[in-house]
Design a protein around this ligand. Sequence first.
Ligand code: PHE
Length: 338
Amino acid sequence: MNENINKLREEVWLELEKIADLEALEKFRVKYLGKKGAITALLRSMGSLPKEERPLFGKAVNELSTEVEEKLEEKEAQLMEAKRARQLAEEALDVTLPGRAPRLGHRHPLKQVMEEIEEIFLNMGYTIADGREVEDDFHNFEALNIPKDHPSRDMQDTFWISSDTLIRTHTSSVQSRVMEKQDPPVRIIAPGRVYRCDDDVTHSPMFHQVEGLVVDKGITFGDLKWTLTVFIKALFGQERQVRFRPSYFPFTEPSCEVDVSCFVCNGKGCRLCKNTGWIEILGAGMVHPNVLKIAGYDTKVYTGFAFGLGIERIAMLRYGIDDIRLFYESDMRFLSQF
Ligand code: PHE
């Protein structure tokens, strides 16, 4: 009988050696120590032994059973430890890796230029006025001394919505809106979107302008020159020169265009200024008396000046961008440079 026990013992140790995971260990436990297990079966078989052999045999089987249980526990502890070690290795974090910096957004280059311009005029005591993008013929044209069928309407390729409604072709429409609501003195700028039926590398059907309007007693062309010179130098640098050229706009008289000395070649002539040394920046003029009259202002008492400039043009000149479409494509590789 003891032979049986010793055989079983050998078998048990051999098998236990090979066990490599907790599941196999549990099967092993059932196989030997379970209700129908081999060791349990040995104990049960005791009844068939002669009485005098039973105590010794029982003792030997119990010893084996205790031994196996101990080994089992030992093995279980080993396997748990190994499992834990594996988990730790798998889930290991390298806390010395540099973190990922969150991507910070920033303002669009057009917005940056716009805000710079706003800042300059706010510091000069101007307020910001707002109009509407969907306009009527009256505020976009007629109130600005551009009658129906007047040839000067050709200057602005208009998107018409109906015979009387359009999307504004310039921020000058805000001039009419402001003067309609407000008595002089007026000192406003009006930034915003405008629309023209025009599309190439330097023209977009939608672009941005900033309008300026000043109306008060005794405003002269001298005030216009001083204001725009201060503005252009603040925007492009104090060392810049400013030049006023006669021009034509229906809503100003006299009218002018204003140039800044080229900030790339400093007036010597280069690709940017097309070898002229000068870069055109804005249109301006003294508010036409007809415009003041339509607004109900007394032209014997009040005079004023107005100006308008394109934001895209300024941003393109400043940053050396030669395709206007880049501003609207939301390409991060482009935008993140500013
Ligand atoms: N509205 C003109 C344009 O879009 C610019 C301008 C504004 C000129 C005010 C004179 C005075 O071209």
